[in-house]
Design a protein around this ligand. Structure first.
Ligand code: KG4
Ligand code: ZN
Length: 341
């Protein structure tokens, strides 16, 4: 039940292929977290089709918001602010959530708080562990982004590096597709990797320049594709679990080592992970092992809060709201929104 000393935020997320709404109390307590996934619709195209995503968001947005409110046992009057992702993401998809949020905020005369999608992913870490506070280094790895972020304080970010080509999740999805697996391929590679030998095939690791925190996964992806083509030409047997395990090993090694290096360079003792790829069991294990060796604390969200959801947007919005951040009716969708912009 809603109790008025607390801050209740209704959050909306429609940046890609999930229509999501949540009610979050005081930034960390999730009263409802409704996610309507469109994965089955996009599966046959091997990836998200923007036009289909926008149309589906329009159909889903009102029922998803209603369900979030019902589950939270909250009335609209009790909500303190409406939060919404305004970028980065697919412009048509973002506009659906943004229009719904503006409409609600205007009709209810509640403040509107726009949230950066990556800030939402990072904030998912506060939900599962309210004791976990900045400063920390956050590895954000999803289908659209691979960022290494120095979180100095709530809402204060320094982007240390990002991908120069494919995002980590994109590499998982493209390799999975080449292996004949359906979209999204990340969870399937994760599962197959447990049955394979990660040292059976050596795929390249792109560490780039010595001091660089940037990532690059397209060379690795090409190397897997070449390996598959050559094996097919030579009529050699293709061991899919071994390829999945060796590919995953190459991706996660670079992600983990760069994150640890950033924590040491910035002299912070805490590491967090966020985004869909943070659900990867191999990545979690490797990060835990290396953090233990280096004496660093590691935190990652529960599986449901790693992939796109609105609870993480409600958490990020709480800290923005407390700082007095309010957006006006001219807030627009920004597909290429930079963190800290
Ligand atoms: O954060 P997210 O839901 O959407 C974006 O903001 O992009 O991330 C989706 C991405 C997809 O590329 C998916 O394959 C990947 O996260 N993913 C995984 C796993 N679960 C989801 N990648 C590796 N292992 C997983 N278990
Ligand atoms: Zn995301």
């Amino acid at each position: 039940m809603c109790n008025k000393k607390d801050i209740y935020i209704l959050a909306i997320e429609t940046s890609c292929d999930e229509t999501a709404a949540a009610v979050v109390k005081n930034g960390t307590e999730v009263l409802s977290n409704i996610i309507s996934s469109q994965i089955d619709l996009h599966k046959k195209y091997g990836g998200v089709v923007p036009e289909i995503a926008s149309r589906k968001h329009i159909e889903n947005i009102n029922p998803v918001i209603e369900e979030a409110m019902q589950q939270a046992k909250c009335s609209f009057e009790q909500i303190d602010a409406i939060a919404v992702t305004y970028g980065p993401g697919l412009v048509g998809a973002l506009l659906v959530g943004l229009s719904a949020a503006k409409g609600l905020a205007f009709a209810l005369q509640k403040p509107l708080v726009g949230v950066h999608h990556i800030e939402g992913h990072i904030s998912a870490n506060y939900i599962d562990n309210p004791e976990f506070k900045p400063p920390f280094i956050c590895l954000v790895a999803s289908g659209g982004h691979s960022h290494l972020v120095y979180v100095k304080d709530y809402g204060e970010y320094e982007v240390l590096g990002h991908t120069r080509d494919d995002a980590a999740g994109e590499a998982f999805d493209k390799v999975a597709r080449a292996l004949g697996l359906t979209y999204p391929g990340g969870p399937q590679i994760d599962r197959l990797a447990t049955k394979g030998d990660p040292e059976s095939i050596h795929f390249p690791r792109a560490y780039l320049e010595e001091d660089s925190y940037d990532f690059s996964f397209s060379g690795l992806k090409s190397s897997v594709l070449n390996y598959l083509n050559q094996a097919k030409m030579k009529n050699e047997e293709i061991n899919i679990p071994n390829i999945a395990a060796s590919f995953q090993e190459a991706v996660t090694e670079v992600l983990v080592e760069k994150t640890i290096k950033a924590a040491k360079d910035k002299k912070v003792s805490k590491i967090a992970m966020a985004g869909g790829v943070a659900a990867n069991q191999g990545l979690r294990k490797k990060m835990q092992k290396r953090c233990k060796e280096e004496g660093l604390q590691v935190q990652y969200p529960s599986l449901i809060l790693c992939t796109d959801n609105a609870a993480m947007i409600g958490s990020a919005a709480y800290y923005e709201y407390k700082k007095g951040i309010r957006h006006q009716w001219d807030l627009n969708a920004i597909p290429g929104l930079k963190l800290g912009q």
